[in-house]
Design a protein around this ligand. Sequence first.
Ligand code: AMP
Ligand code: ZN
Length: 117
Amino acid sequence: MEVYTLENCIFCKIINGEIPSNKVYEDEKVLAFKDINPIAPVHILVIPKKHYESIIDIQDDEMDIVAHIHKTINKIADDMNFKEDGFRIINNCGENAGQEVKHIHYHIIAGKTLNWP
Ligand code: AMP
Ligand code: ZN
């Protein structure tokens, strides 16, 4: 499995425009874009513009970014009209979770009934 560094990070390249993406929302701190391989009718990724490998790398004094990501998710759920039907937020962290891209990202999955677990 390829290991993404900051210099060779696919999501950093999406942020700086080197790789195209289907943007849903953007502000100075975060970017949201459609997952290239959707597992549901709605599958969006929300990422901070600053590179962190995972939640483990975010120090206590920078945790505001996580609240900002969640505020962004609420806004997208409202704007795209799936907040009433419900949705799922997934953050895969590390090897056992199968995290492939080593730039923290929150999946938003919506648009159908989701199986659990
Ligand atoms: P994870 O397994 O949590 O690391 O998920 C990584 C996600 O990134 C997968 O759902 C991929 O489909 C998605 N992905 C990888 N490359 C791209 C890309 N260039 N544009 C959009 N989504 C991508
Ligand atoms: Zn990155």
